[in-house]
Design a protein around this ligand. Structure first.
Ligand code: RNT
Ligand code: ZN
Length: 412
């Protein structure tokens, strides 16, 4: 018996069908964020990153052009098992023939090359309007600005992005998740808290008034607790966003870096899915703040994955969202995405029904004992079998080193 067969037999004894878990995992798309490759800089304005988010580190080899970012994306994808999707920001528009366009005037053709790239690889595309790193962000405000010119500019950006999202869905044949996140807020105690929120709601209503096919585009809204330099007040708070999506029938998005460090997203998923058809997640790792460290195979990532599996894998849109420039960016990409997949497999290998029965029958001692025993079940053997079946290396570090020496070090 191989190690995998032995592992499968041991899980089988717990009532877990390993083959079924591997087949399910293979079908789960992870939207891999493009912005790990270039430190969230993008191609349209090339302004310094703003909006209260920050990339730290200066590891050599940042992708500086669309071609470099695509090559790095490809390298990273070749080392990740399973199904992927591109996750692009509007700021990654690729202008051709010397053309440029403001964010309010972006059009599907500015993303033609991304569609080509996706179609050649059989991938869908998710999309994000970019409400930061741009001169039209005035006083840290966009859709909630009291300056009508600023507000209208960003509404036009949101509307343009909705059209582009529809184009992605049509051109790839895969539905597009379009996520709205705005950085708007104040560093110090504001005098008017409701005004900016009223304007944000009005702006969102104006964006959503553009007709779009709701079976092809899922609009999501991402909340946040605070940004750097915007510590006292965030317009798009958790409560604002949940109430807004509920009342307008769009989809909530939870980024697990956007809560107080003692709050956990894993415990929020079941509440949100009781009242929403779907939920979108940004998987990240907050260290003391919304630091966007690489996702690890840690307790909270596993707990989130368990909730996703228990509440319905098909109801949750999964995307990664972190940016680390202190280590090799491709290794960062692959490590984080693999850890999301690892956590999902770990969750799929739980004897969920049996554990639930223990809870419902109040056999809590046995539940404690069984859950702890599962932590040292031969999970690694099943994971490595999955990697082999997906034809990606179990140890991918040699490939990272080789790519660094051959490609990245030449980017001076
Ligand atoms: C910022 C949000 C947002 C961004 C990306 C770049 O706090 O997490 O999702 O990370 O849009
Ligand atoms: Zn996010």
């Amino acid at each position: 018996m191989s190690r995998y067969e032995e592992a499968a037999a041991r899980y089988g004894a717990l009532g877990v069908d390993v083959e079924k878990a591997l087949a399910a995992l293979k079908q789960v798309p992870i939207a891999v964020h493009c912005w790990q490759g270039d430190d969230v800089i993008g191609f349209d304005s090339r302004e310094a990153l703003s909006g209260g988010i920050q990339t730290t580190g200066n590891y050599p080899g940042r992708a500086r052009t669309p071609d470099e970012l695509m090559a790095d994306y490809d390298k990273a994808f070749s080392l990740m098992p399973g199904k992927k999707k591109l996750n692009l920001h509007a700021s990654y528009a690729i202008f051709e023939d010397g053309e440029t366009a403001g964010r309010d005037k972006l059009e599907p053709r500015h993303y033609r090359k991304w569609v080509e790239f996706a179609n050649e690889r059989g991938l869908g595309i998710d999309f994000n309007p970019t409400f930061f790193s741009h001169p039209m962000v005035k006083d840290n405000l966009t859709l909630s600005s009291p300056d009508e010119e600023v507000r209208a500019y960003w509404v036009a950006h949101g509307q343009a992005c909705l059209k582009i999202s529809e184009y992605f869905a049509e051109a790839t044949g895969v539905p597009c998740v379009m996520n709205i996140w705005i950085p708007d807020g104040y560093k110090d105690v504001p005098a008017d808290r409701i005004g900016p929120r009223e304007r944000f709601a009005k702006s969102l209503d104006e964006i959503l008034a553009v007709p779009y096919d709701k079976s092809k585009v899922f609009v999501t809204l991402e909340s946040k607790v605070f940004g750097i330099g915007l510590e006292s007040y965030t317009v798009g708070s958790a409560e604002f966003c949940l109430e807004y999506v509920q009342s307008r029938g769009i989809t909530p998005l939870m980024d697990n870096g956007h809560y107080h460090p003692t709050e956990v997203v894993s415990d929020k998923i079941s509440s949100v899915l009781l009242f929403n058809d779907r939920l979108a997640l940004h998987l990240t790792r907050p260290v003391r703040w919304d630091s966007d460290h690489v996702v690890l195979f840690d307790d909270e990532t596993r707990e989130i994955a368990k909730e996703v599996v228990r509440c319905g894998l098909d109801r949750v849109f999964l995307a990664t969202d972190y940016f680390d420039a202190s280590v090799n960016r491709i290794a960062a990409w692959v490590t984080g995405v693999r850890n999301v997949q690892k956590a999902l497999l770990y969750a799929l290998l739980q004897p969920t029904e049996a554990l639930k029965t223990l809870q419902d029958e109040n056999r809590l001692t046995e539940l404690l004992v069984r859950q702890e025993q599962l932590k040292t079940a031969p999970f690694g053997d099943v994971w490595e079998e999955y990697l082999r079946r997906e034809n990606v290396p179990v140890d991918f570090f040699p490939e990272i080193e080789e790519y660094e020496q051959k490609v990245l070090v030449n980017r001076k």
